[in-house]
Ligand binder design. Sequence first.
Ligand SMILES: Nc1ncnc2c1ncn2[C@@H]1O[C@H](COP(=O)(O)OP(=O)(O)OP(=O)(O)O)[C@@H](O)[C@H]1O
Length: 556
Amino acid sequence: METNTAGPSFHTFMEVVKAVLRQASAANERVAIRADHKSYSYLQLSASALNISNLLLSKDIKGTNGTRYLDGARVGIVAKPSAEFVAAVLGTWHCGGVAVPLALSYPEAELLHVMNDSDVSMILSTQEHQQLMENVASKCSAHLSLIPAVTSMEQSGSGAADMIAKLIGEIEESRIAEGDDPALILYTSGTTGKPKGVVHTHKSIIAQAQILTAAWEYTCSDQFLHCLPLHHVHGLFNALLAPLYAGSLVEFMPKFSVRGVWQRWRESYPKDGSKADGAITSFTGVPTMYTRLLQGYETMDSDLQVASASAANKLRLMMCGSSALPYPVLKQWEEITGHRLLERYGMTEFVMALSNPLHGLRKAGTVGKPLPQVEVKIIAEDESRTGTTEVGELCVRSPSLFKGYWKQPKITEESFIDGGFFKTGDTVTVDEDGYYVILGRTNADIMKVGGYKLSALDIEAVLLEHEVISECCVLGLPDKDYGEVVCAIIVPQADAKRRSEQELKPAISLEELQNWSKEKLAPYKIPTKLFLWDSLPRNAMGKVNKKELKKLLGGL
Ligand SMILES: Nc1ncnc2c1ncn2[C@@H]1O[C@H](COP(=O)(O)OP(=O)(O)OP(=O)(O)O)[C@@H](O)[C@H]1O
């Protein structure tokens, strides 16, 4: 996207909005969001954002010191993925507030923890969450306001020219937030400890939007189908803020539906070979979504399979991340749709850092190389190691790095090494072509078994090749002789499960698993404990909390 400002680069996201508005001519008002069969232009979103900003300013919010802007006051945002969510974030930024997007799935206690920790002064919510939020707001002494519905293009005709000029004028006048000012607090999911508030600035947000737009060539011709939660970076940055920065269209499907996704792709590219208006061009998901889509594909009749596979093939880009993409999923997806999923690696603290290339070789089992402007280092744990392959903790320096953990200066300081590199807590290695391989979270995925350091992700990748195994999770459980032993929790394939119920025997026994593994895994990597479960407990991003599981299995 072109920058229309005279200055060097954007400082706040509102300036991005301004630039997009300038591009939206009266005759060709550009659509930003599609949801519930309605379209919302960049203009309508911006008008709503200004409304919300005025609404926020009209409240007597603590922390505003009587000034005409929020001065960094935190605003909790509770809305399903919708035009209203986007307008609430932009409106908060417009008046100098800090947006705190909240998980819709959180129980009240967890919502309260996040609201109290971030000390929100104001909650913006849609009507469907009003009752719960009234309760929560009163308990954390915050004001609650309902987000006014954004007018859709179906409801109001164009009349854009005057409006654009007026909006740009207003945004121009209200240059209240600067690049280094906090703009966003996202809470980590707590896989490795208590959820922490990660503070991003206007500058880090813009930097990330620019990095992703450049790396994956997002443009105003892109139309994203969005099925991810908005309180994590994958859904918020990769699938929303960066596309909006690039002038793309984002279509929300707030509840991921296997049928719905396949159907939307088929509508986009009908059997006659045409491309429908509003056709989806881009998709990004977590590995479990692709697993579910493959399962859905298996249940279709052959005509529908042909139509679905051919439609999926016509998308420009399909990406995957947030946890390791199992090789069988990558392989089957490629066989069916012709797309080799673009796997990338990111984290709340710096958003995205490593990615397989848009053009060029995407290597299975790797997350590619550093994105433009991103620098990485590996800190080897064992300085005296003899091998040539470097294994150690990944450290990242990037313009998209967060400012710090909210109210946690000590933890923030401890998270950085000299030179401003952030310690990710992930153990990684690099292959012969310079592609990074994630071995896992050092304190959850790296097991110490009889003197060997093993990667749970590495073992999971092998076990998933077994025909009976649908999902698996490997973790180390304490053992008095070996330090830890390798434990596998396995979810059998539906067929295998049915058979096992008929035959009254387990879908797979430990002995069968061990015999099969002998060909594929070094002896010390073969699981010595096995649990068969119906499903794995996953969070909104499809991740398994191994610390919790270890506790459950008596390991901690
Ligand atoms: N492509 C990938 N392959 C393997 N792991 C990945 C990939 N992408 C992300 N991850 C994992 O996800 C982590 C980042 O996720 P996020 O910031 O949501 O933290 P979390 O682990 O869910 O929660 P917390 O920070 O509270 O422990 C990375 O540190 C890495 O372990």
